[in-house]
Write a protein that binds this ligand. Structure first.
Ligand code: 5AD
Ligand code: SF4
Length: 456
């Protein structure tokens, strides 16, 4: 722990009552934030508030994956400084990937920040807060200990019907554009017994749709208590078979590790839902190589064919980057061609932005901004068209819908199909939490409309 004395005087301790957490980025960060909140609630009994101005402790859980991350953090911190000027007892912490990457630089630029921590050290938050309150010092905790974090977290809580469990963290792939291997560290997997226990706790607390999380879940491998190695497909079989498991998903996968066992798992495990996020980033072999993705476009097609052989209706989604250094019009057209050949249900598309410290950032960012914009628009238009067509194909089908909440319109309920589409339909709110057959009657861009097939 790095401790820097500040000029602040020791103040008489006021009780801590409220916590505000601002979360940026991926599902992993959302999970981390909920664990931070559990921790702070069990250590200090803090209540979550929606406004930073009402909080005694403000935590930012940051993301550095794309453009402007650091600037966004500093401008948000500027807002918090105004609150702290009025209430000097306010504790401000910056965690997550920007915390990890920037470390002490954050407190040099924003000395009113009390704590800087990384994704691997947030389990020490209660201790850090205690230290701050005792000594009014600035703390930086950005070392990357072995996965000790998970041993120090309280039982997970379920919000709504969905639950998340981190099964591995970090990434050893080192795609040349990506900051993750530097902020989240090396791949490390949690023991299967711990994962099973956490999933069972979530099920017992009412979770019906559980997602296993990791930067690269396919790389999961860990010894069990008997010394046998459990791979990702094995883990899916174990978790999918837990008593009371209804719907299981996972994210994110890498095309390089789409093993046959994994492709078959969707057909073999009844609780594993037919939806896969499999980022490809580009459809050009030249760009895939420059990105250090470790596979060619044909390998990606092979993985998709194998998946669809076993589960023809699986819904697919992906991430794309346009305007990577050196990307020509032909390279970009190969991406459009790949999209046409695969057929996606949804996707996330980004303009390349150099991330400081990554290998790609050393190359000239040579695709002009207006070309990146234009390519992004063309890609988005194609993906929108595709996703709409695939939504239309749902009309007339009957789907098992997990009813999640009331809909926005009076008398409506909202739920999810197994392949993760949102459906609205008329029904009694007491159906929330149940899985009901719904006939799909209309398709929109982002959701479906349906009718309950069973009288409620
Ligand atoms: N520029 C643009 N997009 C990026 N991503 C990761 N790094 C960058 C970058 N430097 C995107 C990738 C990844 C998703 C989480 O974010 O598409 O899959
Ligand atoms: Fe980043 Fe590549 Fe690892 Fe995904 S696989 S987290 S894009 S380095």
């Amino acid at each position: 722990m790095l401790v820097t004395e500040t000029t602040e005087k020791k103040s008489k301790l006021k009780s801590l009552d409220t916590l505000f957490i601002k979360t940026y980025g991926c599902a992993m960060n959302v999970y981390d934030s909920s664990r931070m909140s559990d921790l702070m609630q069990s250590a200090y009994g803090l209540r979550i508030v929606d406004e930073p101005a009402d909080a005694d402790v403000i935590l930012m859980n940051t993301c550095s994956i794309r453009e402007n991350a650091e600037n966004k953090v500093y401008s948000e911190l500027g807002r918090y400084k105004k609150i702290k000027d009025k209430r000097p007892d306010l504790i401000i912490g910056v965690g997550g990937c920007v915390g990890q990457q920037e470390g002490e630089r954050i407190q040099q630029r924003a000395p009113y920040v009390d704590i800087v921590f990384g994704p691997q050290t947030y389990h020490r938050l209660p201790e850090m807060v205690k230290e701050i309150r005792r000594n009014r010092v600035n703390l930086t905790e950005t070392d990357m200990p072995e996965i000790e974090k998970f041993d120090h977290l309280p039982k997970p809580k379920v919000e709504g019907l969905t639950g998340y469990v981190t099964i591995m963290e970090g990434c050893d792939k080192f795609c040349t554009f990506c900051i993750v291997p530097y902020t989240r560290g090396a791949e490390i997997s949690r023991p299967p017994e711990d994962i099973l226990k956490e999933c069972q706790q979530l099920i017992d607390a009412g979770a019906k749709d559980i997602s296993l999380l990791g930067q690269n879940v396919n790389a999961y491998h860990c010894e069990n208590e008997d010394g046998e190695t459990v791979g990702f497909a094995d883990l899916l079989h174990l978790v999918g078979g837990l008593e009371g498991m209804e719907r299981l998903r996972f994210s994110t996968s890498h095309p390089m590790e789409m093993t046959t066992e994994l492709c078959e798992a969707f057909a073999e495990i009844p609780t594993l839902m037919p939806y896969l996020h499999l980022p490809v980033q580009s459809g050009s072999d030249v760009i895939l190589k420059a990105m250090h993705r470790g596979h060619k476009r044909d390998d990606y097609f092979k993985a998709i064919d194998e998946l669809r052989l076993h589960t023809p209706d699986i819904a697919l989604s992906s991430d794309f980057i346009v305007g990577f250094p050196g990307e020509t019009e032909e390279d970009f057209e190969m991406t459009l061609d790949l999209v046409r050949k695969v057929g996606y249900d949804s996707a996330f598309s980004f303009k390349y932005s150099p991330r400081p410290g990554t290998p790609a950032a050393k190359a000239e960012d040579d695709v002009p901004e207006h070309v990146k914009d234009e390519r992004l628009q063309r890609l988005l238009a194609l993906l929108r068209e595709q996703s709409r067509e695939r939504m239309e194909k749902q009309v007339g089908k009957t789907s098992q819908v997990l009813v999640e909440s009331k809909g926005k319109n009076e008398g409506d309920l909202q739920g999810r199909t197994p392949d993760f589409r949102i459906v609205h339909f008329k029904g009694n709110p007491r159906l929330i939490g149940q899985t009901m057959p719904v006939k799909i009657t209309a398709a929109y861009n982002m959701s479906l409309r349906g009718e309950l097939l069973i009288e409620d």
